[in-house]
Design a protein around this ligand. Structure first.
Ligand code: UDP
Length: 467
C-alpha cells in the first residue's frame, strides 16, 4: 500500500500560570506558522486563554482534559493565579495526574500518531510519558537560562543552610558560570518549602529532575543577553541543549497578554503622549504578586514625594493610602490602572523610560525589547536571580528594593527612584537602549533567535511520519 506522508504531530502542553502560558502561546503561534500539525492540551477553565492563539492559528487543535481533582486544592481552581504560593507544589503535583488520560489519548491517535511533546518545564512528568510512547520531549522554559539553571541546581543538589533560622545564609552555585551566590531568602519558595521524604515535595523534585532527560530546552531568551550561560550550555549542570528563541513576539502585538484589559491601550497612550521622551516610570509587579499594604503605602508616598511621572498597574486588591488617587489625578502626575494593563503597549511608548518591576521574566523581556531601564524590586520565584543578573551582569537595571517583608522608608525609596531616573542619558540608559537594538537584531530574519527557532523546527521536520 502506498504510504501517505503527513506533517509531524506535536502536542503542546502549557503550565497554567499567566507568566508561563503567555510565552508558551507566543511560541505555539510561531510553530503554527510551520508545516506542523499541533494539538494544545489544557484543562477546561483555561480554554478561554487560548482564544488569542486560536483566532490567529485556527489550525491548532485543542484537547481539553478535566483538571485532576485534588483533596488539597480548592475545587474549580485550574490556574496558579488563584492559589497562594504555599499551594504551588500541590498544584504542580496535581497536574501530573494528567499522565494517564494523556497517555490513553496519545495511544488513541492511530490516524495522526504523535511525534513529539513540547511541554512547560514545570511539567517534567511529561518526560517519562514521552519515553513510554517512544517519542522525544522538549522542555519549554519561560525563565531566563540562569533562573532555569538555579532552580534545577537547587532541586538536584538540595543545598541546605547550617542554621535553619538564618534567612541570609549564602547558597552558592559553583557549577554555574560566574559561581553566583544567593541568600536563602532569595531562593524560590518552591525550593525553600521542599521537605525531604514528603511525597509532594519528592514528586515535584522528581518532576524537575526529569527535565534533564529531555531532548533539550527551548528558552525564551536570546544569545546577546544570556551568552555567558549559553556558550557552554550548562554542561556541568547536565542540560543537553538549549535553543534561545526569544523574546518571542507576542501573538497579537501584546494587546491582551492573557488578561481582560481594564483600560484601553489608546486611553493610556493618549495620557502618555504629553510627556517627554523617557520621563515616565511604569510600575507593575506582574500577574501574581500583590504589594502588601505597608509597601503599597510607602511606594505611593515615595511617588508623591519624588515628583516623578508614573503609570502604576496594580492588582485590584492593592491597598492605597487615603486620598492618593485623587491627589495624583488632580496634578495629572500619575495614572493608576487597577486590573489588567496593556503592559507591552505602555513599555513601547516613547515617554516611558523606566520600569519599576518585580522582574518576572516576561516583564524583563518586554522591558529589554522596549529599551527601557528596569528598577528592580524582586518578590519571589526566579525574580531575585533575574534582578541580580540584570543589574550586575547585563547592566541594564538599577536596584530599587527587594522582597515583600521589609518596608523601605518613603524618602529612601523616593531618593532611590529619583536618583536612578536622573541617571537619564548615562550608561545604564544607553545600555538598555543598546539591548533594545540587540533584541530587534536577534528576532529579525537571520538573527540569532530566528535561526535558533528554525533549528528547533528542524528537529521536528526530521520526525516526519509515514502513515
Ligand atoms: N501583564 C499584563 N498586564 C498586567 C500584568 C501583567 O499584560 O496588568 C503581562 C506582562 O506583560 C507579562 C505577564 O503578564 O507578559 C507577566 O509575566 P511576568 O513573567 O512578568 O510575571 P508573573 O506574572 O509571572 O509574576
Amino acid at each position: 500500500m502506498e504510504k501517505h506522508r503527513q506533517p509531524p504531530h506535536i502536542i503542546l502542553i502549557p503550565f497554567p500560570a499567566q507568566g508561563h502560558i503567555i510565552p508558551f502561546l507566543d511560541f505555539s503561534h510561531h510553530l503554527a506558522l510551520q508545516n506542523l500539525s499541533l494539538t494544545i492540551v489544557v484543562t477546561p477553565s483555561n480554554l478561554p486563554l487560548l482564544s488569542p492563539l486560536l483566532s490567529k492559528s485556527p489550525s491548532i487543535q485543542t484537547l481539553s482534559l478535566p483538571f485532576p481533582s485534588s483533596p488539597h486544592l480548592p475545587p474549580g481552581v485550574e490556574n496558579s493565579k488563584d492559589l497562594p504560593p504555599s499551594s504551588f507544589g500541590l498544584f504542580i503535583h496535581a497536574l501530573s495526574n494528567l499522565y494517564s488520560p494523556l497517555l490513553s489519548w496519545i495511544r488513541s491517535q492511530t490516524d495522526r500518531p504523535v511525534s513529539a511533546i513540547v511541554s512547560d518545564f514545570f511539567l517534567g512528568w511529561t518526560q517519562p510519558l514521552a519515553k513510554e510512547v517512544g517519542i522525544p520531549r522538549f522542555a519549554f522554559s519561560s525563565s531566563g537560562v540562569l533562573g532555569t539553571a538555579v532552580l534545577h541546581s537547587l532541586l538536584r543538589r538540595l543545598p541546605q543552610r547550617l542554621d535553619s533560622t538564618d534567612d541570609s545564609y549564602p547558597i552558592s552555585f559553583p557549577e554555574i558560570p560566574g559561581s553566583p551566590v544567593y541568600f536563602w531568602r532569595q531562593l524560590t519558595f518552591l525550593y525553600r518549602s521542599y521537605m525531604e521524604g514528603d511525597p509532594v515535595s519528592e514528586a515535584v523534585r522528581q518532576s524537575f529532575l526529569w527535565n534533564f532527560e529531555s531532548s533539550g530546552f527551548v528558552s525564551n531568551t536570546f544569545k546577546a543577553l544570556d551568552r555567558v550561560y549559553l556558550e557552554k550550555p550548562l554542561e556541568d549542570l547536565g542540560f543537553r541543549k538549549i535553543w534561545a528563541v526569544g523574546p518571542l513576539t507576542p501573538i497579537d502585538g501584546g494587546i491582551s497578554r492573557g488578561g481582560v484589559m481594564s483600560v484601553s491601550a489608546s486611553e493610556v497612550m493618549l495620557w502618555l503622549d504629553r510627556f517627554d521622551e523617557g520621563s515616565v516610570v511604569y510600575i507593575s509587579f506582574g500577574s501574581q504578586a500583590v504589594l502588601p499594604p505597608m509597601q503599597a503605602t510607602v511606594l505611593a508616598a515615595a511617588l508623591e514625594k519624588s515628583g516623578l511621572h508614573f503609570v502604576w498597574a496594580m492588582r485590584d486588591s492593592t491597598t492605597l493610602p487615603e486620598g492618593f488617587e485623587e491627589r495624583i489625578a488632580n496634578v495629572k502626575r500619575g495614572m493608576i490602572i487597577k486590573g489588567w494593563a496593556p503592559q507591552v503597549a505602555i513599555l513601547s511608548h516613547h515617554a516611558v523610560g523606566w520600569f519599576l518591576t518585580h522582574c518576572g521574566w516576561n516583564s524583563v523581556l518586554e522591558a529589554l525589547t522596549a529599551g527601557v531601564v528596569m528598577l528592580t524590586w524582586p518578590m519571589a520565584a526566579d525574580q531575585f536571580v533575574n534582578a541580580r543578573f540584570l543589574v550586575e551582569v547585563a547592566g541594564v537595571a538599577v536596584p530599587a528594593w527587594e522582597g515583600s517583608s521589609e518596608v523601605p522608608r518613603e524618602d529612601e525609596l523616593a531618593n532611590i527612584m529619583k536618583e536612578a531616573v536622573t541617571l537619564k542619558g548615562t550608561e545604564v540608559r544607553n545600555r538598555a537602549k543598546e539591548m533594545g537594538r540587540k533584541v530587534a537584531e536577534a528576532v529579525s530574519e537571520g538573527g540569532s533567535s530566528y535561526q535558533e527557532l528554525e533549528g528547533f523546527v528542524q528537529e521536528f521536520l526530521k520526525l516526519e511520519v509515514n502513515v
